[in-house]
Design a protein around this ligand. Structure first.
Ligand code: TYD
Length: 134
């Protein structure tokens, strides 16, 4: 069965000295973390992504600012607006994804279930449609 994307409310320890949130693998998110990367200094109007992964799963958090993640399963698109540092978007494998509408100084944290592997990417939309139809 194909997994669905979903918003994950991360633990938030509220404190007058400043709040704290945390992610533990296989507890707060459904995969083991093999890699972490972040996207920043995105010029206004730029769109990131434009690909799908065959195997990689991710959790995306807007650590600062805001942006939209558009997920497409080949039949319908869903837009998730992220703008809180205690909210994660779980992105299962096999979805076409784009990230857009980055606010100034936004910072996107991405936790990944696999090491970087260029072979895991599908960068052609028609190829993506063929892949999910298999
Ligand atoms: P890409 O995943 O296409 O970025 P986005 O989906 O945010 O638009 O990656 C952009 C470039 O960075 C590409 O040349 C591959 C490289 N890259 C790595 O070397 N390691 C990584 O972990 C990631 C995510 C990307």
């Amino acid at each position: 069965m194909v997994e669905q994307p979903r918003i994950i409310q991360l633990p938030k320890i509220s404190d007058p000295r400043g709040n704290l949130s945390v992610i533990e693998e296989l507890k707060d998110i459904p995969f083991k973390i093999e890699r972490t990367y972040w996207i920043y200094d995105v010029p206004g109007g730029e769109v990131r992504g434009g690909h799908a992964y065959k195997e990689n799963q991710e959790l995306i958090v807007a650590l600062s600012g805001s942006f939209d993640v558009v997920l497409d399963n080949g039949k319908e698109k869903k837009v998730f607006s992220l703008n809180r540092s205690y909210i994660g978007l779980y992105v299962p494998k096999g979805l076409w994804r784009e990230m857009e509408n980055f606010s100034t100084n936004s910072l996107a944290l991405v936790l990944s279930s696999t090491k970087y592997d260029a072979e895991d990417y599908i960068r052609d939309y028609q190829e993506f449609l063929n892949f999910i139809a298999q």
